[in-house]
Design a protein around this ligand. Structure first.
Ligand code: KG4
Ligand code: ZN
Length: 341
């Protein structure tokens, strides 16, 4: 695809980060401001949607201005506005979508509506602009866990998905039960470093022999039952072993099915995307296992794995190249399906 000179301002407000980024020519991140609401939601043990929308509303103009200042560009320099329009929390998405529409209208530049998960995938292209499809992508976030086949830009096919909890959701729920707070993934990973992943043999849901789908609810229940039983019996559990065993069970299934998917479609490379892609145990095991099969592995740096607007700008750039502009009646779609990727 030919490179095109353009400067995109992108907004991401689908969950609990208010983010704005300026990205030039698809890949050059001139600024990527992320205002996290984690401290606000921490005391509730998870994201409170109504509070998230209000915080986005308070933050959005400040974050946009900070992104513009840090990039050293003016509004007149912008060629397009990209925004996440789904999936996510409806009130949270609406803040970004409304701001983006107002700016596109006022500046008379194209509006680019981006699927949040496509944004996560494109974080890989920010990290490695030389990356080219075909690729198999494992998207693992707080809301989604899917294996996708990317034949080309804008050509994606779902190969497998979770039938119940997302991997990140399982991390968050297990962390909450262990009293580790929110967000759970980084806390479980940290505690797991001190534990033995083989000490407790948690169940792995492989499902039907040829299935690339996932299921994490059984594993989550196994951890919660173990914790409850120990609590009722007054027994001391080694929580680090619980964290390590749980993480190992999640990671093994994610890795094995992703490698199987890549072999199935003969893709030479696997990429990781989404918040759980920041997990070092997942990165290590996938790299080792894929290496045995002669497959390359790529993943974004941790800050580009979790929600940020730079990834939305990069995904928006490929829509810009194709002239796939959104109209000004673009709406937030909280349950935007994977099929519209
Ligand atoms: O992609 P993301 O920032 O937001 C969504 O789109 O959901 O992902 C957030 C999820 C949370 O569930 C969080 O616990 C998980 O990613 N996460 C991790 C790690 N860092 C974030 N899970 C495991 N290990 C990590 N290091
Ligand atoms: Zn996300």
């Amino acid at each position: 695809m030919p490179a095109l000179k353009c400067t995109i301002l992108a907004l991401e407000t689908s969950c609990d980060e208010t983010s704005a980024a300026v990205v030039a020519d698809g890949y050059r991140v001139k600024s990527n401001i992320i205002s996290s609401q984690v401290p606000t939601h921490q005391k509730f043990g998870g994201v409170v949607p109504e509070i998230a929308s209000r915080k986005h509303l308070e933050n959005i103009t400040v974050v946009i201005q900070r992104a513009m200042d840090a990039a050293g560009v003016t509004f007149g320099d912008l060629d397009a506005i990209a925004v996440t329009y789904g999936p996510g929390l409806v009130g949270a998405l609406l803040v970004g979508v409304s701001a983006a529409k107002a700016m596109a209208y006022a500046l008379r530049v194209p509006l680019l509506g981006v699927h949040h998960l496509v944004g996560h995938i494109y974080a890989n292209f920010l990290e490695d602009p030389g990356l080219t499809p075909p690729l198999v992508c494992l998207v693992v976030s707080g809301g989604h866990t899917s294996i996708l086949y990317m034949a080309g830009h804008g050509e994606m096919r779902v190969m497998g998905r979770t039938r119940d909890d997302a991997a990140g959701e399982a991390f968050d729920k297990v962390a909450r039960a262990m009293g580790l707070g929110y967000p759970g993934g980084p806390a479980v990973e940290k505690l797991a470093l001190e534990g033995n992943p083989l000490a407790i043999d948690f169940p792995r849901a492989w499902l039907e022999e040829d299935s690339l789908d996932f299921s994490f609810s059984g594993l989550k229940s196994a951890v919660l039952n173990l914790l409850n039983r120990a609590c009722q019996a007054g027994e001391e559990l080694n929580l680090a072993d619980v964290a390590a065993g749980f993480q190992q069970a999640v990671v093994e299934v994610l890795v094995e099915k992703t490698v199987r998917a890549a072999r199935q479609v003969n893709a030479p490379r696997i990429i990781l995307a989404g918040g759980v892609a920041a997990n070092n145990s997942l990165r290590r095991l996938l790299t080792a296992r894929a290496g045995q099969e002669g497959l390359a592995v790529g993943y974004p740096s941790p800050i580009l794995c979790t929600d940020n607007a730079a990834m939305i700008a990069c995904a928006g750039y490929f829509k810009y190249l194709k002239g796939e502009y959104a109209s000004l009646d673009l709406n937030a779609v909280p349950n935007l399906p994977l099929e519209v990727l």
